[in-house]
Design a protein around this ligand. Structure first.
Ligand SMILES: [Zn+2]
Length: 278
């Protein structure tokens, strides 16, 4: 009788363990599927850089070492860089692009884009666009000069507008927005002697007026930030970009569209925060 009671209770507890085990296996599988899920979609990573220097001096600076590592990764893993014309041809006309496509963009027009970025782009044979804030040209030693912009444009780097004075367009009147977008376009066109077709909104901020004025002035498209991928459904006058930071996992997660790297990055970031609080 004693034995039978024991058998009964052990079979009861075993019955409880089965659903628990199933739940654990399902939860574990879901985490693994999420972590290793790679988006084989038509989404394109449009990457946003600013300054690239030997040493990291501020939030917007990426070190030359990391930048070189990123370009090397793109090259050895078969990525192709698209010009904005190619990106827009894909968005608007459905023109075919390589499956591993990526767009490289640089905001503000820092001098290091000429001194550090440009030689590396040449070395790897990559295309890129630099969005220039025009009131800094020849006036601030940290920013590009007229001659440097000319040379970059001649070599095939696309030059876009980043307005005249880098103000948040959404906070400006229609007239002031118009001036920012028209004057910067005219200044750059005079320097590079060809049409300036694209612009990047400072801080990624815009409103309906910004889009209307851009179209009226003959821009073919405009770039925001939004931190999403770009695809055929994207608004051509508010293309999303993904910011690049000093972290390879974060970069790999964005270009490979792979949650594994992003999860790794987020877990490491979480541990760093916890450690700093202890
Ligand atoms: Zn900017």
């Amino acid at each position: 009788m004693k034995i039978s009671l024991n058998q009964n209770s052990s079979s009861k507890s075993f019955k409880w363990k089965i659903p628990l085990l199933v739940c654990l296996i399902l939860a574990f599988s879901s985490v693994m599927v999420f972590a290793f899920y790679q988006k084989f979609t038509d989404d394109i990573p449009v990457l946003m850089y600013h300054s690239v220097k030997e040493k990291k001096t501020s939030e917007v600076v990426l070190t030359k070492k990391t930048f070189d590592k990123q370009l090397k990764y793109l090259k050895t893993n078969g990525f192709k860089t698209l010009t904005l014309d190619e990106l827009y041809d894909y968005i608007k006309n459905g023109k075919e692009i390589p499956r591993k496509s990526v767009v490289l963009t640089f905001d503000d027009g820092y001098k290091d884009n000429y001194e550090i970025v440009y030689p590396l782009l040449k070395q790897y044979g990559f295309k890129a666009t630099i969005f220039v804030q025009t009131n800094k040209i020849d006036k601030d030693k940290h920013f590009l000069t007229t001659e440097q912009i000319k040379e970059l444009a001649k070599s095939g780097i696309e030059i876009g507008s980043h307005t005249v004075s880098h103000q948040d367009l959404a906070t400006l009147s229609y007239e002031d927005q118009y001036k920012e977008l028209a004057d910067s376009k005219a200044t750059l066109e005079k320097i590079i002697d060809k049409p300036v077709k694209y612009l990047a909104y400072p801080y990624g901020s815009c409103n309906e007026d910004s889009k209307k004025i851009s179209k009226e002035l003959g821009y073919l498209g405009a770039i925001g930030i939004l931190d999403k991928y770009t695809n055929k459904e994207s608004d051509g006058f508010e293309i999303s970009r993904r910011a690049v930071i000093e972290d390879m996992d974060n970069f790999l997660g964005k270009v490979e569209k792979n949650n594994y790297y992003m999860t790794k990055y987020k877990v490491r970031k979480l541990f760093r925060i916890i450690k700093s609080k202890l």
